[in-house]
Write a protein that binds this ligand. Structure first.
Ligand code: ADP
Length: 791
């Protein structure tokens, strides 16, 4: 209830009390009646509804306003009760109400009155309890509150509407007092800042507490200006949420004035723009990316409008145009750039693309840079279209192919060089593709095979090979295509090839392969080896003949040494017999005097010359015998069958040393044998080799120092090498080679060997793929090396 109305009603109540007490104190009835009339007159004209009510709820007085408002006549109303017009009071609760009123004296009640036509009107009632004479009355002043209620409702609704808008608006709205205090905020505060409405209202550090340090200065300035009633829009800043996370927001603000125009602070409207910022950042990044792609690709990129005026380009293009940055190109045309002479051509291409709407792709053209260098470029121009598909200009790209052009030139030169080499080569050089089809054929190939290049190119390689190789060749070709590696790569193979006239001839062949875009190719270099093969055949023939001759010699040697020994034995035997006869004659002469008659000469011959001659004959025969038996041994060596197997050389050397124990002791030598690696050989003959070497070492020790013989071995590639080292007399350099020759002896007068030992050693090792050699220093000793295949 409005304050004015209430005061009025209370005042009326006081006035009526005053009136009644004055009535009571009046003596004159007339006076009273007059006064009453006056009162009634004034009450009839009051703006409130006035009811005088008896304890039984009946109206005993109603004023005109009451009648008018409720639609009843005075007579009608005076027959009615409170219950008839006030739905809040019924006969049941009336006595209680009366009692309360009596106790309190007066009360203000909100209720409703029903009009005659059934409408309910809201009323505010000031009820007063009165005692007049002995009777009690209730004087009620009622005021029609319909209008008031209507405006109150309207206000409430508008406030609700405002709230509905303010509370659900997506933006965070804040009403800040002129002193900077938060007066009101909507629930969006929670979504955006994480603080509740209450927390925000009580926040002392508003708004700085919510602002990222780096943006505080800007926001402080804006806040200050908002407090001074300025307005601002979409100021971006970083907002620190309650949980510490940072989001991007923007703020707009306007001052608020009341109806009288005095400042009520300002309104702030804040929204979360993080997503937009992120999107902007994405766009910025992708633009940057696009720019850096444009600037780093080795291709010039430019775009022009329909009039061939440049709208933009990349760094590469800007540099070729002599500009230090791409934005300098905007607004220029080709006449203003380094290539004015070509401007017409370039613009004609632009015009074609713009007019036809068709791209012009990959055409080569010259481009002159500002420093006068001429480049060769490969250009493409495509139409640029707007959203509706209209051609609004062109986009051009070009790549510098000068290097490629140069490379092509180099290739041409090297191709020429290659051709001249290939054409002058004496070997046939043939190239075929992966299906085996001949793609290249040099002139040597023409001479060698009898086919001209024109005749053979495109035909299969099988045309130049004998039938028996063809299947293997096709298999090899498939394998080559699958693996990319020719089986013969890096090797030289020998085959027979087929000439045009059908004759076969031997060739040596090497193959190289390579893959290019068109596929796999291989080149064969072929040499006619007919001459070499013939020479080889000749050599083999000679070797075989030599071998036969050797065999023949060996058997002659055998026969000679074997058969020569028989007469020799006779010579030896008969010489002995002769010598025995001489002795007999001697003794007979001594006994028989007549023979003393022999002349002196004969006597001498018998005594000296004959025995002497016999001695020489015998010595010679012995020597011949020994030589012949040596030769026999040697010739037998060539005939003996070999039994090659792995030999435990430690075991063998122990046997050899044991067999020569007597000689070792006799020579007072020490023999040291290391651990020896095994080898392959014939046990009996290899035993003979080392027996000979150890025997020689013992025979040729130096008497002036104790003999030391050292036997050791090492492994070398696929051989086992053994050394028999002595500290004996050594061999002079000029003799070192000869000692392996037959019958060679350094000191033939010295008794002992026949100069055959080392010859036999060499012969044995030759037959068993071995070798023997010597290193020696006279006066210091010798090292005899024996090499044999590894076990
Ligand atoms: P022989 O059967 O007479 O010993 P060899 O063929 O074995 O003949 O030796 C030939 C010659 O090589 C010998 O007469 C000797 O002069 C020389 N000779 C061989 N072995 C040695 C050695 N270990 N030290 C010095 N001289 C040697």
């Amino acid at each position: 209830m409005q304050k004015g109305a209430r005061d009025y009603l209370l005042k009326s109540k006081l006035d009526s009390n005053l009136l009644l007490s004055s009535m009571r104190s009046a003596i004159e009835r007339k006076q009273i009646e007059q006064t009453l009339r006056l009162a009634q007159f004034s009450m009839d004209r009051a703006s409130e509804l006035i009811f005088w009510i008896a304890p039984d709820a009946k109206f005993i007085y109603v004023n005109d306003v009451a009648c008018r408002t409720l639609g009843y006549s005075k007579q009608e109303l005076l027959k009615m009760t409170v219950h008839d017009i006030d739905p809040n009071y019924n006969p049941k609760n009336w006595p209680k109400h009366w009692k309360n009123l009596k106790r309190k004296g007066s009360a203000i009640i909100e209720s409703q009155h029903r009009t005659k036509n059934g409408n309910l009107i809201p009323v505010e009632i000031v009820a007063n309890c009165l005692k007049f004479g002995e009777k009690e009355y209730n004087c009620a002043f009622a005021r029609d509150m319909s209008e008031h209620k209507r405006s109150e409702l309207a206000l409430r609704m508008s406030e609700q509407r405002f709230r509905a808008i303010a509370d659900y608006t997506y933006f965070w709205e804040v009403w800040v007092s002129p002193k900077g205090r938060v007066l009101w905020t909507n629930p969006a505060v929670e979504r955006i800042t994480g603080y509740s409405i209450e927390q925000l209202k009580q926040m002392t550090g508003y708004p700085m507490l919510l602002v990222h340090e780096d943006d505080r200065e800007t926001i402080a300035e804006a806040f200050e200006s908002a407090l001074n009633n300025s307005s601002g829009k979409a100021l971006e800043f970083r907002l620190r949420r309650k949980n510490g996370t940072i989001i991007w927001a923007d703020i707009s603000w306007q001052p608020i004035y009341d109806e009288k125009g005095s400042s009520q602070g300002h309104r702030e409207s804040i929204r979360d723009i993080t997503e937009r910022k992120q999107a902007e950042e994405e766009v910025r990044k992708s633009q940057q990316m696009l720019q850096s792609v444009l600037d780093t690709i080795p291709v010039g990129v430019f775009w022009k409008d329909r009039d061939s005026v440049y709208l933009g380009c990349n760094q590469h293009f800007a540099e070729d145009a002599g500009l230090n940055s791409p934005d300098k190109i905007v607004g220029k045309n080709d006449y203003e750039l380094g290539w004015k002479q070509q401007a017409e051509f370039y613009r004609a291409d632009d015009a074609y693309v713009i007019k036809t709407g068709k791209p012009k792709l990959n055409y080569e053209e010259p481009l002159i840079t500002p420093d006068g260098t001429q480049l060769w470029v490969r250009t493409s121009k495509v139409p640029l279209r707007d959203l509706s598909g209209n051609v609004i200009g062109i986009l051009g790209t070009y790549e510098d192919i000068s290097e490629q052009k140069r490379a092509e030139q180099t290739i041409r030169t090297s191709e020429k060089r290659f051709r001249s080499v290939v054409e002058t080569a004496s070997d046939a050089i043939i190239t075929a593709d992966s299906s085996g089809e001949i793609t290249f054929w040099n002139s040597a190939a023409e001479d060698m095979f009898g086919y001209s290049a024109a005749e053979i190119i495109g035909r299969s390689l099988t045309s130049i090979m004998p039938k028996r190789y063809r299947e293997a060749h096709l298999k090899g070709l498939n394998r080559l295509v699958a693996t990319g590696e020719p089986r013969l790569k890096g090797k030289i193979a020998e085959f027979e090839a087929l000439k045009k006239d059908g004759t076969e001839f031997p060739i040596s062949l090497s193959i190289a392969s390579w893959g290019i875009e068109e596929g796999m190719f291989f080149t064969a270099i072929i040499r006619d080896i007919t001459d070499r093969k013939e020479a080889e055949k000749e050599r083999e023939h000679l070797l075989r003949a030599l071998e036969l001759k050797n065999k023949e010699l060996e058997s002659i040697l055998y026969v000679a040494s074997h058969d020569l020994r028989a007469p020799l034995v006779n010579i030896q035997g008969f010489s002995h017999e002769l010598s025995r006869c001489c002795n007999l004659i001697h003794s007979a002469i001594a006994a028989e005097k007549q023979i003393t008659m022999l002349d002196r000469e004969a006597q001498n011959a018998l005594d000296e010359a004959v025995p002497q001659a016999l001695k020489f004959i015998l010595a010679g025969a012995d020597k011949m015998d020994s030589l012949l038996s040596g030769l026999l041994r040697l010739s037998r060596l060539g005939q003996a069958a070999l039994n090659i197997k792995s030999l435990d050389m430690n075991e063998m050397m122990a046997q050899v040393a044991a067999g020569m124990e007597f000689q070792i002791q006799h020579a007072r030598a020490s023999v040291k044998i290391e651990h020896l690696t095994p080898c392959m050989g014939d046990a009996a003959q290899i035993n003979q080799v080392f027996t000979n070497l150890l025997d020689n070492a013992l025979k040729h020790l130096d008497e002036t120092r104790p003999g030391v013989i050292h036997i050791y071995s090492k492994s070398d590639n696929n051989q086992s090498i053994y050394c028999v080292e002595d500290n004996g007399i050594g061999i002079t350099a000029n003799h070192q080679k000869k000692i392996f020759e037959i019958f060679h002896r350094l000191d033939p007068d010295k008794e002992g060997g026949q100069g055959l030992g080392l010859t036999i050693v060499k012969r044995i090792l030759d037959r068993q793929n071995g070798n023997v050699w010597v290193e020696s220093e006279p006066g210091k000793g010798s090292k005899f090396f024996v090499a044999l295949p590894k076990a």
